[in-house]
Design a protein around this ligand. Structure first.
Ligand code: SF4
Length: 394
């Protein structure tokens, strides 16, 4: 099981962001940490101290909290979950809100993976996106993280931006490679409804992202990262390969693998999502509502969820779980979906459940078998949305 902890505070709002985060609630931070600690205790208790392999602080901006606050939440997890001694503990970090001292404190608290939201190494682009840091500050943050003892460092970057040329994206990726991060997460920009970005595009102030340009950037990225010694293990994620084995990542994101393998996780904090006992659900979104809900100390009979938003309760039936197994598993470009594991989990064969769909995708050259594992071909990778859509439940 993985533990996700949501920290819904940011210093400023990026123009593309639709995450559950707030720039005017800093006065709630201490009370929020108290509530999150209480929720961890209640959830761990209700699940009888379940084994956990990962903790992931996401946001928002987890580094908007003092390191002592994050340390307190990690300690609470250790007390009420059976946390593996080798657990991966990740903090998403904004290069504009970290210090050498803060990074050392996080390392001392047991954090062993940092995921920096860098997004671009071009200062004009960073300003356009509303980021609070410069490219140099990102470089400095990575440097300080290394000096604080972090080896497992991810950089998040966005490509497919409006007016972004291939050459501009290449310059950003080359700047990232110069830092030799263990891991890279590269996402095509999505224009989310209700964001300042979407409104600017609607008004005609800026052009929409160009899908063909984004596809060209992605294709170039596939080649470039392979040459740089990175192995792609998920559609948007690469890690430096093991020495002598260019197919196996040295440091894949263990927490995200839990999602892609369709395994259970608990979400702590405002709006956090959980998948427990075959039910997916989310907490109430607003931090203040969340804090009040947790402090009432009541959980539903069937779910360890003191801040449950009842409207989000979504029991996952077998047909949906099978579809999700395909759509998530195929994102893992090398691992794919194991026929044996599918049969073991669902008591039904891949052939019986999806035989016709798989045959059609094999015939179109979008999927291939590698022993027992079904995975995307190179062409399937470029048309992944079409492949995933084929497995949607009726
Ligand atoms: S820092 Fe991240 S969570 Fe905060 S506004 Fe920007 S994109 Fe959203």
């Amino acid at each position: 099981m993985g533990i996700y902890i949501h920290i819904p505070f940011c210093a400023a709002r990026c123009i593309y962001c639709d995450f559950n985060t707030y720039i005017d609630l800093d006065h709630l931070k201490t009370g929020y940490v108290d509530a999150a600690q209480r929720e961890i205790e209640m959830v761990g208790g209700a699940l009888n101290r379940p084994p956990a392999q990962t903790i992931f602080f996401g946001g928002g901006t987890p580094t908007a909290l003092a390191p002592e606050h994050l340390a307190r939440l990690i300690d609470a997890c250790r007390r009420v979950f059976d946390l593996s001694p080798t657990a991966e503990i990740t903090v998403e970090a904004n290069p504009g809100s970290v210090s050498a001292e803060g990074l050392r404190a996080l390392r001392a608290a047991g954090v062993n993976r940092l995921s920096f939201g860098v997004q671009s190494f071009d200062d004009a682009t960073l300003r356009f996106l509303g980021r609070i840091h410069s490219a140099d500050e990102a470089r400095q943050a990575v440097d300080e993280a290394r000096r604080a003892g972090f080896d497992n460092i991810n950089l998040d970057l966005i490509y497919g931006l409006p007016r972004q040329s291939l050459a501009e994206w290449q310059a950003t990726l080359e700047a990232a490679l110069a830092l030799e991060p263990a891991h890279l997460s590269l996402y095509a920009l999505i224009v989310e409804p209700g964001t300042p970005l979407q409104r600017s595009i609607e008004r005609g102030d800026i052009p929409p992202p160009d899908d063909d340009e984004a596809a060209a950037q992605y294709e170039w990225t596939l080649e470039r990262l392979a040459r740089a010694g990175y192995t792609q293990y998920e559609i948007s994620n690469w890690a430096l390969a093991q020495p002598g084995d260019d197919r196996t990542p040295r440091l894949a994101s263990q927490h995200n693998l839990i999602y892609w393998r369709n395994q259970f996780y608990v979400g702590i904090g405002a709006g956090a999502h959980s998948y427990v006992r075959g039910v997916r659900y989310a907490n109430v979104r607003h931090p203040q509502t969340y804090m009040r809900a947790v402090m009432r100390e009541q959980t539903p009979d069937d779910l360890p969820a003191p801040a449950l938003d009842p409207a989000t309760r979504d029991p996952i039936d077998v047909a949906l779980a099978q579809s999700e197994q395909m759509m998530l598993g195929l994102r893992l470009v090398r691992e794919g979906v194991s026929a044996a594991q599918f049969a073991q989990r669902f008591g039904a064969t891949l052939e019986a459940r999806f035989g016709a769909t798989i045959d059609a995708l094999l015939a179109r050259g979008l999927l291939m078998w590698d022993g027992d594992r079904l995975h995307l071909t190179r062409r399937g990778l470029l048309l992944a949305n079409q492949v995933m859509a084929a497995f949607l439940p009726d």
